[in-house]
Design a protein. Sequence first.
Length: 215
Amino acid sequence: MNFNNLLNQVLNTVQKGSSSLGKSNGSLLGKIGSGAAVTGLASMLLKKKTSKKLLSAGSMAALGMLAYHAYQNWQRNNNNAAANQQAQPVLNQASFDPTGQAAEDAGRVILRAMIAAAAADGVIEDEERQMIQAESGNDPETAKWVADEILKPATAADIARDIGNNPALAAEAYLAARMVCGDLARKEIVFLSQLSQALNLDEKLVEALEQQAGF
């Protein structure tokens, strides 16, 4: 399964469908022609109060660039904090733009974080579930993976375990989750707090990521 491609498709479909916010987006998403899993995920994300940054981040590379800018801002503002520098190593732009298997792993983790964030408030409509569980042409494996993730969303600990010692991916996964949550309800606040703690993100870095997300 190509997780990098799946994430790019989802982000691109969300971007194309963003003009339907406040309207009926089902017909528009249908015209885009994505597979059932992609369309179901995009529909689920569009019905959240997502940030405009997520709607404009049409690819994994664009999402990585946003996370990199937040990381740069955090480093500039904390360049005299020795403790922070020890906890979070200096990263370059390439760290936020992985290739090969690293890109596949990153795509999978970011998708898990986005699905978990969308499910954090406990509201996933039957329409999206049915769309994702429907036959998806020649890619039933993707539909099954997405359906399984929605049936049992990853916990903050699950996501942190997948990320391991990868601060760039940790920042990117948190940023993606924050963008999906948009305007926060209580359960989403709890989820994001648990996620930032599980990822061992510095509070100032979380603030920088929040600002980059548009909040």
